[in-house]
Write a protein that binds this ligand. Structure first.
Ligand code: GDP
Ligand code: IMO
Ligand code: MG
Length: 428
């Protein structure tokens, strides 16, 4: 499929990195189109484990061009550290990475704003952000007057731009943080970011023009979503979301590629649900079931190491996000984690104020009151990490997958039974 999108259909960490790495061999270009270093994508092969934040998970195939598109927000220090780390481990990054000059740049004040403002979230509970400055950078992008794009770092006006922004930011922080805030010096910030700019110069390009030519030439492009559709700024569980369009609808604004070129969307789900940070989670198991999932799935944040909240598969939510993202089919990940349970539950509907519904509520207060209605299915108590074909899965596991497909309304194309590239089953 010339232009395919891999997108998470839950609250992130669905193992998108593993699938992108796996599929990359069929593509020429892999593109990150939104989010930033709030993402932590894990790729495991040949006994080695890599964690990626900004660099597309296609980077391990030397013939593939990786692109960080304009919809991504970039902390240059983090990106350079990631390039150095990969290079140090023998991965060729220099010629394979292109970064959009339209991408917005994260500065120290964004990280500081993240820290100061998350503790005062208006919805009564903290969002629990990754503290990477993602939301504040996107806020400045939309606000425009205090924003800097990567391409600005190479212009004569950059010094003046920093001075202007710091005038405003220093006042803002004096009001927000009082004596806790040490004024930032424009000269020091300028020097630091100019040195990052020089380091990144060989990678910086107009990726929109590049990608438009690529789709017009029928090049094979894989778009790698970050976060998950339930964290989408417009269509997720607002305000407990991230600050970009992390569902399938984000490809077009983020990459600058018209939606009509997308030929396939692969929706990634875990065989259960997890969430990091605040916000409602109807099927959460804040008990020994959740703990067992956390232990077996090693459910601790890739970026922040926070324990992930764990619960049963929510088919109401997944059906909504599969439709929203235009998913053609599903990859069901971490199925092996469930191997221990005598029975499994799937949420098939919610009851909200005594009314049964299969519609995912648009307001977070309604979602908070949603009582999950479950269907119980038999589990399988056999290890499945060695299975490589559908026939090698226990009957109960195949029935569990079939029920997920039926409830979500999409066929299961891939199943993952372990972190390694090889631990993957093609269902059709
Ligand atoms: P992403 O952000 O969507 O790329 O996902 P993360 O990398 O944050 O989290 C997924 C985690 O699950 C990583 O530690 C993967 O190595 C691991 N993983 C991926 N697939 C499987 C699987 O099928 N089984 C198990 N047990 N672990 C998996
Ligand atoms: P990947 O790409 C899981 C969550 C944070 C928080 C909310 C807002 O690895 O799936 P932010 O820092 O973006 O302002 O935080 O979104 N979050 C993620 N949760 N996986 C991610 O990325 C996430 N990126 C952000 O925990 O609840
Ligand atoms: Mg992750």
């Amino acid at each position: 499929m010339p232009a395919t999108c891999v997108v998470g259909l839950q609250w992130g960490d669905e193992a998108k990195g593993k699938i992108v790495d796996l599929l990359t061999e069929q593509f020429d270009i892999v593109v990150r189109y939104q989010g930033g270093a709030n993402a932590g994508h894990t790729v495991v092969f040949g006994g080695e484990k890599f964690k990626l934040s900004l660099i597309p998970s296609g980077i391990f195939r030397p013939d593939v061009q990786c692109v960080i598109a304009g919809g991504v927000v970039i902390n240059p220090a983090t990106l350079i550290a990631e390039i150095d780390h990969l290079t140090g481990r023998g991965i060729r990054v220099e010629r394979n990475l292109m970064i959009s000059d339209r991408a917005h740049v994260i500065f120290p004040w964004h990280v500081e704003e993240d820290r100061l403002l998350d503790r005062q979230c208006s919805a009564g509970e903290n969002i629990g952000t990754t503290m990477r400055g993602i939301g504040p950078c996107y806020r400045d992008k939309v606000g425009r007057s205090l924003a800097v794009r990567l391409g600005d770092l190479y212009r004569d006006r950059f010094r003046e731009q920093i001075e202007q922004i710091l005038d405003a930011k220093n006042q803002l922080f004096a009001a927000l943080a009082g004596s806790e805030w040490t004024k930032l010096d424009a000269g020091a910030v300028y020097d630091e970011y100019r040195s990052y700019a020089e380091r990144l110069r060989p990678h910086v390009a107009d990726t929109t023009a590049y990608l438009l030519s690529a789709v017009e030439a029928d090049d094979r492009i894989l778009f790698e979503g970050a976060q998950g559709a339930l964290l989408d700024i417009d269509h997720g569980t607002f305000p407990f979301v991230t600050s970009s369009n992390s569902s399938g609808v984000g490809v077009s604004p983020g990459a600058g590629v018209p939606a009509r070129y997308l030929t396939k969307v692969l929706g990634i789900v875990k065989a259960y649900c997890t969430r990091v940070g605040g916000g409602p989670f109807p099927t959460e198991q804040d008990n020994e079931i959740g703990q067992l999932i956390r232990d077996r799935g090693n459910e601790y944040g890739t970026v922040t190491r926070r324990p992930r909240r764990c619960g049963w598969f929510d088919a109401v939510a997944a059906r909504y996000t599969a439709r929203l993202s235009g998913a053609d089919s599903l990859a069901v990940m971490l199925l092996d984690v469930l191997s221990t349970f005598p029975e499994l539950k799937i949420c098939t509907a919610y009851e909200i104020d005594g009314r049964r519904t299969t519609d995912f509520p648009s307001h977070v207060d309604d979602l908070r009151r949603a009582v999950p209605l479950y269907e119980t299915m038999p589990g399988w108590q056999a290890e499945i990490t060695g299975a490589r074909s559908p026939g090698e899965l226990p009957q109960a596991a195949r029935e569990y997958l079939a029920r997920i497909a039926q409830l979500v309304g999409r066929p299961v194309e891939l199943v993952s039974v372990g972190p390694d590239r090889q631990q993957t089953i093609r269902m059709a």
